[in-house]
Design a protein around this ligand. Sequence first.
Ligand code: SF4
Length: 172
Amino acid sequence: MRRIFRGLIQRPLTEPAPAPDDAALAELAQRVDMAARRTLGRSLSIREVDAGSCNGCELEIHALNNAFYDLERFGLRFVASPRHADVLLVTGPVTRNMRMALERTWRATPDPKWVVAVGECAVDGGLFAGSDAVVGGVSAVVPVDLHIRGCPPTPLAMLQGLLALLSVSASG
Ligand code: SF4
């Protein structure tokens, strides 16, 4: 009973969240939108594929859509079908059970398309490398255009990666 009471009156032990840099975020997101329109002539459509992650990377990807980041205002859209996507954002080590699904999703995505491997596991299997249940990184199954490292990477790192990808594509 005493512990419950103490829990009610004590302040949380967690550290305060870092102050968000609204201006930098807005500028970065706007640059991604402009690069997408220059490269594709329209906004960027993203299909997320969880190939076997622990869901940590997904939490950060979901954050791109929350009320704070709200990336749809800059023309970045998550779509439900690979047939409507420009970018496949793939997370996790590729598990044996997800290998065929990833291959089929890649084949269903129209050209030109980009594959972005998100997180350390997507690079080379990360924590799960060597497991019998895992094939390896995303590039063991489909061609990868960009790796975004981190465990998990932050939403800002993902935006920076998308911007770099679009800028290189526009200049090439
Ligand atoms: S990179 Fe980290 S957060 Fe992402 S799936 Fe692997 S262990 Fe989870």
